[in-house]
Design a protein around this ligand. Structure first.
Ligand code: SF4
Ligand code: SF4
Length: 253
């Protein structure tokens, strides 16, 4: 399959989004006073799966160990630049005012940042005319045509895994201890931007390692999931959709 693409500069991908940032990118972004959220997921992880799968290897690599009640879990953290409306760097003509220093995620779109995740033009924000057949080739036979885009995606994914210990230490320093049940939602933590930037920089400078696996409360907005988690011995809490919890499913008491 061949996908053609050229950016129309419609600006849709610079509005109302959560942009995944590395620790270094988040230090810069939050250090300017812009909002950066901490998104947390918990994966119950009593033992490594046997046999391992590409997904389980990736899930382990992108997470750090914790506990929830009696159960070992793994916690996956993402730092995201959050803007409700236009990005603070977006100019009136829809050009980026931070073009040279924009985060990797802005250079990747509309390609997929995550491994093991399929995507199609239809699930992107870009308008139909951005995909016309007479535009440059973006993907040919499943392979990204531009070697520079390939290297940016590889760097984004590599750094995301390298950042995991610092994310664990930052959560400990900030007292972040609630995470959504994985694949059902995301717990949202919104620290003061400057405090977050200072904390991340401090963790970075000190190469601080988190102490032993910390205790986490697992959040869900589904009563049935809550019961299953509690029966399994997890520390769990029922929540509702809102600024602190982004659920993939409607609230179910
Ligand atoms: S940094 Fe630039 S490219 Fe990225 S969302 Fe903001 S305006 Fe858009
Ligand atoms: S949504 Fe697509 S076409 Fe529009 S500015 Fe972003 S990358 Fe370009």
């Amino acid at each position: 399959m061949t996908i053609h693409f050229d950016c129309t500069q419609c600006g849709k991908c610079c509005h109302n989004l959560r942009l995944t940032l590395s620790v270094d990118e988040a230090i810069t972004w939050a250090g300017r006073g812009h909002a950066v959220q901490i998104l947390a997921e918990a994966l119950p992880w009593p033992a490594d799966p046997e046999p391992e799968t590409p997904q389980s290897v990736y899930d382990k690599a992108r997470s750090f160990p914790g506990t929830s009640g009696d159960i070992p879990v793994r916690i996956a953290i993402a730092l995201v630049a959050y803007h409700d409306g236009p990005c603070p760097h977006l100019q009136p003509d829809m050009r980026c005012g931070n073009y040279e220093a924009r985060p990797r995620i802005c250079r990747i779109y509309p390609l997929e940042r995550r491994p093991l995740t399929a995507w199609t033009p239809q699930d992107r924000l870009c308008p139909p005319e951005a995909w016309d057949d007479d535009l440059p080739v973006l993907v040919r036979d499943g392979e990204i045509a531009d070697p520079e885009a390939v290297s940016i995606i590889e760097a984004h994914r590599r750094v995301a895994l390298e950042d995991v210990p610092d994310l664990a230490a930052a959560c400990e320093a900030l007292g972040v201890d609630k995470a959504a049940f994985a694949n059902e939602g995301l717990a949202v933590h919104a620290p003061d931007p400057l405090l977050l930037a200072e904390t991340l920089q401090s963790v970075r400078d000190s190469a601080r390692c988190p102490t032993a696996a910390r205790s986490w409360t697992i959040l869900t907005n589904r009563g049935q999931t809550l019961s299953l988690l509690q029966q399994a011995g997890c520390l769990a809490e029922l929540v509702t959709q809102g600024p602190d919890y982004l659920g993939s499913f409607a609230d179910e008491a």
